[in-house]
Design a protein around this ligand. Structure first.
Ligand code: UD1
Length: 427
């Protein structure tokens, strides 16, 4: 298994190109199921999860072709075509490896009139139920059956009718599934308290480019008028605001200056506000966002929340950075119940963090020290990389496959701005 080795203590300086967003890619890819035409997605990040999603779509009968990958270039272009749906079953083995597989449920139901997906089960950061995905589809007329670890959604007359659903809790994935089903429904659907994350806006824009009719894009009230059919198009995946925020924290924790090329300010204001409160200089410019450390880091109080609030996917990276702040910070995790798995590992590097339920107190320490560490999820892994960049001595991060799910060519991007970081393959 690969590991990443970092010699800490280097100040990072330079430009980092921001890749296409993983979470947007994972909801744009299943849109291929909604049309028999060709869908071309550009600026797709080269990530293990994108490959896995491609394989899942292949199993359902979607042909995929990757084009335009040149050495030294980031991103790639994939052409997908679902001429016919060959199977309407997403098997356990796929869903177990990638929770986002659940996002084929809505579009497959809309296109084929039925859809069977293995239940994802729990994961490292919490229970993560899918009840809201199912309730939203039911509200649009789907019949839902649960049996033998699978959920089967059926449209009684071969096509769902559309309907209204009010989400009791804001859910990104459930909003995405509901949207992808509603665009091909026989009538109008309204989603209340829908998620407003930029990745949802990206999905809506793609659906509109394919001929979908959606009003209220960017708001929590989406009105979707189902159409008879959708057509293909070419669409560029939005930049990854979480990747950009992670590298901004790398500038902060190493006292450096990083230009996040391609990052869009309006999609990550909660992050840039928090960076500025921490004492970093944040400059918005035409090509991206430049983040520069200016003396010591100030402590913060942060609470995670749905967009436009502070993203849960940024919590672990900020915690790592705040370990080096001058004072005590207070973090609250309101979205997932088990998202402090990085804390014991950070402590092994000298961090002083106390967790009580959903809250954490992070007491700034004068130094972090390198250690062998391992993480349980993607963003937790990134927090260990960040701590390693600032730590004295060598840090070895194990279970690199978590990082490969979400950070395109991490070592290459960090080396280019002055980090001493390399991947070593064991055996
Ligand atoms: C997505 C993102 C993930 C991010 C999260 C929150 C992808 C592939 N993943 O995950 O990176 O951390 O949004 O921004 O885009 N919930 C229910 N029932 C449901 C669905 C969700 O109770 O049916 C709860 C969850 O347990 C959680 C909250 O709603 O407490 C938000 O989860 P949700 O927004 O659905 O997260 P994901 O879409 O799984």
């Amino acid at each position: 298994m690969d590991s990443i080795h970092i010699q800490g203590g280097k100040r990072l300086e330079g430009a980092i190109p921001i890749s296409g967003a993983k979470n947007a890619a994972l909801t744009l890819l299943p849109c291929a199921l909604l049309t028999e035409d060709k869908l071309t997605l550009t600026n797709l990040p080269r990530l293990a999860d994108v490959d896995s999603f491609g394989h899942l779509l292949n199993m359902l009968g979607v042909s995929t072709k990757v084009e335009g990958v040149k050495p030294g270039e980031f991103g790639r272009c994939m052409t997908l075509r679902a001429g016919e749906i060959a199977s309407t079953v997403a098997p356990y083995d796929m869903v177990r490896r990638m929770r986002a597989s659940i996002l084929v449920l809505g579009p497959m139901l809309a296109r084929a009139g039925e859809s069977t997906v293995s239940l994802p089960g729990g994961c490292a950061i919490g229970d993560r139920p899918i009840d809201l995905h199912l309730q939203a589809l039911e509200a649009m007329g789907a019949e839902i059956e649960l049996a033998a670890g699978y959920v089967k959604a059926t449209a009684p007359k071969g096509r769902i009718g559309g309907g209204d659903f009010s989400f009791p809790v804001v859910s990104v994935g459930a909003t995405e599934n509901a949207l992808m089903a509603a665009v091909l429904a026989a009538g109008r659907s309204q989603l209340f308290n829908a998620a407003r994350e930029p990745e949802i806006v990206d999905l809506c824009k793609l659906l509109v480019a394919m001929g979908g009719r959606i009003e209220g894009i960017g708001s929590s009230h989406l009105i979707i008028d189902g159409v008879e059919g959708l057509h293909g198009c070419t669409y560029a995946v939005m930049p990854d605001r979480i990747e950009a925020g992670s590298y901004a924290c790398a500038a902060g924790i190493t006292g450096g200056s990083v230009d996040l090329v391609g990052a869009r300010p309006e999609e990550m204001l909660a992050t840039t506000n928090a960076l500025a409160q921490c004492g970093l200089i944040v400059e918005f410019h035409e090509a991206g966002i430049k983040v520069t450390a200016d003396g010591g880091l100030r402590p913060l109080a942060l609470s995670t929340a749905p967009f436009p609030g502070f993203a849960t996917d940024m919590q672990a990276q900020f915690m790592a950075m705040l370990c080096r702040a001058d004072g005590d910070s207070f973090l609250e995790e309101t979205i997932f119940e088990n998202r402090y798995m990085h804390v014991p590992e950070l402590r092994r590097m000298g961090a002083d963090v106390d967790v009580r339920g959903r809250s954490a107190i992070v007491r700034g320490v004068p130094r972090l020290t390198g250690a062998q560490v391992m993480a349980t999820d993607l963003r937790a892994s990134m927090s260990l990389i960040l701590a390693g960049l600032a730590a004295e001595g060598e840090t070895e991060v194990l279970r690199v496959y978590h990082l490969d799910r979400g950070y395109e060519r991490l070592e290459e991007k960090l080396s280019a701005v002055g980090a001493t970081i390399e991947r070593r393959s064991a055996g």
